[in-house]
Design a protein. Sequence first.
Length: 174
Amino acid sequence: MIEFLRKRRSVRKFTKQKISDNDITVLKESLLRSPSSRNKRPWEFIFVDAEELIGQLSESKQHGSQFLNNAPLAVVICGDETITDVWVEDCSIAATILQLTVENLSLGSCWIQIRNRMHNDEVSSENFIQNLLNIPKNIRVESIIAIGHPDEEKIPVQESELNFNQIKRNRYSK
């Protein structure tokens, strides 16, 4: 498992090759098998493979979402805030499980933060996406995961680059 984590990197460049139906089925199942607090499962997931919609989603933020335009698949990660107050955490876990499953399928992915980001000076990224995809207001948009066949190679983060000072034992100490 650690070798798997060592090689995983965010991918922002994708080939035009579509994701197979079998891989999409596996991705859907991985999301629905994700753990959640008290098994509330407050999430909703929107799989977007229509090029026009992906292009519009790539404009959801002022910075950091444009590369989505090159991905053949976008998964919009949403949570129902009326089900639980920890929808953000539950959706984050599901998004991480999704990204690990993507890696296991030899695909690439990158997280696009949406919650608390702005589309422009007046409209939040979340509201932009809610309007674009007809998402009800109580269904909050946390992130988008761009998925595709990698069109770039990235070397793993070297162990020497890891900050082991961020790990404490028993108590916090400097």
